[in-house]
Design a binder for this molecule. Structure first.
Ligand code: HXC
Length: 257
């Protein structure tokens, strides 16, 4: 099995399990990842997803180069499309997805991390888009998502040079939200996930959905969509529970309804 899923209450930890290849993604692993994200998207008991790589060396060291080396142009197109579908499934997951970057996040690995809502890194993490050093441009969204996450000039420099950056620089340019000592990373990721999971799940999902919608369709359409999301929240039990709990000076108990 190349992808494992471990549940801890409302949190699901998804792990790419190819440590002998530094979790590089070949077609079967990509397909398995796609299937896992589609399944988890429909599981209303899951409130937050964590995505990481097995072992202590890599998050995902990119697409599998030994597989790519043999591809025809038509096969390369299909491979790019499959990677796009995986990234889209991550972005379209109703739950927030946190990338727990415990080592190399290169090429397709960096692109998968970019599709996540939040990136946390260990002090050993290394990021980069080294595709141009292999004779190809990025093909799983790096040209589109990197300039939307870090300043465009920095994104272009990284995309054109293929330069690898360490966790500290990734933090400075806004590619990651936080950097932790490697031994602490997973605990801190669960801590953040629990903090999110304690909130009204539908409200969190609406916040994600509106954020993604606005990024895709622009400010005006995003604001119109945000108004609809806001109004929809008033059809939920959790909205009444959240506000009554505040007024009654007690902790809310959200049921995701
Ligand atoms: C296939 C990979 C791999 C990859 C590592 N391995 N990355 N196999 N595809 N992307 C394999 C190595 O071949 C090796 O196998 C084993 O994992 C351990 O890696 P080493 O190279 O021995 O480790 P080290 O010397 O520490 O170097 C680590 C590394 C290096 C710096 C991460 O492995 C590396 O540069 N990997 C490639 C990173 C990369 O260019 N990624 C982008 C790919 S392009 P053996 O059998 O020798 O032990 C991409 C495009 C996405 O992602 C879009 C597609 C449409």
């Amino acid at each position: 099995m190349t992808i494992s899923v471990v549940r801890q209450e409302a949190i699901a930890l998804v792990t790419v399990e190819r440590p002998e290849r530094l979790n590089a993604l070949d077609t079967p692993t990509l397909r398995a990842l796609l299937e896992v994200f589609h399944k988890l998207a429909n599981d209303t008991s899951v409130r937050v997803l964590l995505l990481t790589g097995a072992g202590d060396r890599a998050f995902i060291a990119g697409a599998d180069i030994s597989e790519m080396a043999k591809k025809s142009p038509a096969e390369a197109l299909a491979f790019a499309h499959l990677g796009h579908r995986v990234c889209q499934a991550i972005e379209d997951a109703p739950q927030p997805v946190i990338a727990v970057v415990n080592g190399y996040a290169l090429g397709g690995g960096c692109e998968i991390a970019l599709a996540c809502d939040i990136r946390l890194a260990s002090d050993r993490a290394v990021f980069g888009q080294p595709e141009v050093t292999l004779g190809i441009p990025p093909g799983w969204g790096g040209t589109q998502r990197l300039p939307r996450v870090v300043p465009p000039g920095i994104a272009r420099e990284l995309l054109y040079t293929g330069r690898r950056i360490l966790a500290e620089e990734a933090l400075r340019i806004g590619l990651v939200n936080a950097v932790y000592p490697a031994a602490e990373l997973m605990d801190r990721a669960f801590e953040l996930a629990r903090q999110i999971a304690a909130n009204a799940p539908l409200a969190v999902q609406l916040a994600k959905s509106a954020t993604c919608f606005g990024t895709k369709h622009g400010l005006e359409a995003g604001l119109a969509y945000e108004r609809q999301c806001f109004a929809f929240a008033f059809t939920t039990e959790d909205q009444r529970e959240g506000m009554h709990a505040f007024l009654e000076k007690r902790q809310p108990h959200f049921r995701g309804q």
